[in-house]
Design a protein around this ligand. Structure first.
Ligand SMILES: [Zn+2]
Length: 324
């Protein structure tokens, strides 16, 4: 927690366009926290997910994510011997054990060259996303062979098979306390990492990953719901709210399977939920934070004692049911 407040001060002290190397080092620490939480949640819950991918513990980044004009220190801080590099490696992950390290420059994935940036335009995540999509498309139950360069030396690293739920994870810059899942990528605002510890962040990521596992985006679209202002009323609001309640319910099991304390989610909503700003957490589409805390506590009460395996969560069966 203490570190969180140091981060908050650091990020607040960096005006837009003037971030120095220390800022980007701090961002790398935030991305490492996200990668570690994502790795733990996706691998520990692979049995609950239909769509799997190699979950290596690596988070990539690409040079063209960083704008030459407004973020010059990022390119200097990270070096970028090649357009796509390893940004962080989750501790104790297969990638870490296989010897991958931050700033390894990515040459090829399973023998296929990593595509270079499609254009000179900076400020896009397309190059990184293309490399991560190559990894996501590789067989989850097979080792992943990565060709990397570091300090001019090339080596081949075989990452043992490590199936995990298929999703990308991303920390969003900016002041908003926002988190989302569109079924492909889970995004969590950097402010959460400044304010809350890893147990609380894991609760937020588990909630968003639950939306993905329960196919909420696709099911809401199939039900013809409207996003935006119309989401606040009538049937739209009712269906959004139901997906929120189901995601909260499944998140309890994801946390428990990954070795996080599900009570942290209860505490988070009781102590912090009411203070969180932003439309996502205070709208007719979301239950009140006290109602969420109560519902999560009720689901936690159904868990077997610690040490005994959890049964398949009942809410998983909803993923094939139409929302109506
Ligand atoms: Zn949600």
């Amino acid at each position: 927690m203490k570190f969180g407040w140091i981060m908050a001060a650091l990020l607040a002290a960096a005006p837009a366009g003037a971030q120095d190397a220390a800022y980007w080092t701090a961002m790398r620490t935030v991305d490492a926290r996200m990668a570690t939480i994502a790795y733990r949640l996706t691998t520990a819950n692979a049995a609950l997910c239909r769509d799997l991918q190699p979950a290596t513990g690596v988070q990539l980044h690409a040079i063209d994510q960083y704008d030459t004009a407004s973020q010059p220190a990022a390119r200097v801080a990270f070096g970028f011997a090649r357009p796509v590099q390893v940004e962080v490696v989750a501790p104790d992950s297969p990638a870490a054990r296989a010897g991958l390290t931050p700033d390894d420059a990515l040459v090829a994935i399973d023998g296929h060259p990593v595509p270079p940036p499609a254009s000179d335009k900076a400020g896009t995540s397309r190059t990184r996303d293309a490399a991560q999509a190559m990894i996501a498309a590789a067989p989850a139950d097979q080792p992943l062979v990565l060709t990397v360069e570091h300090g001019g030396a090339r080596r081949t690293v075989t990452v043992p098979a490590s199936p995990g739920c298929r999703s990308q994870f991303e920390v969003l810059l900016g002041p908003g306390l926002k988190a989302s899942s569109d079924g492909r990528v889970v995004q969590v605002g950097v402010r959460f990492f400044e304010l809350f510890d890893d147990q609380a962040i894991a609760a937020i990521v588990a909630h968003e990953l639950s939306h993905t596992i329960l196919r909420h985006r696709a099911r809401l679209e199939a039900a013809g719901v409207k996003w935006g202002l119309a989401a606040q009323f009538g049937r739209n609001a009712r269906l959004f709210r139901r997906t929120e309640e189901d995601a909260d319910r499944l998140s309890v099991h994801l946390l428990r399977n990954a070795g996080y304390d599900p009570q942290a989610a209860v505490r988070f909503w009781r102590e912090q939920g009411g203070k969180i700003d932003g439309g996502l957490f205070r709208s007719p589409t979301h239950p009140s934070s006290q109602a969420r805390a109560d519902a999560i506590a009720a689901e936690v009460a159904t868990l077997p004692p610690v040490g005994q395996p959890d049964a398949a969560p009942a809410v998983l069966a909803t993923r094939d049911q139409p929302l109506r």
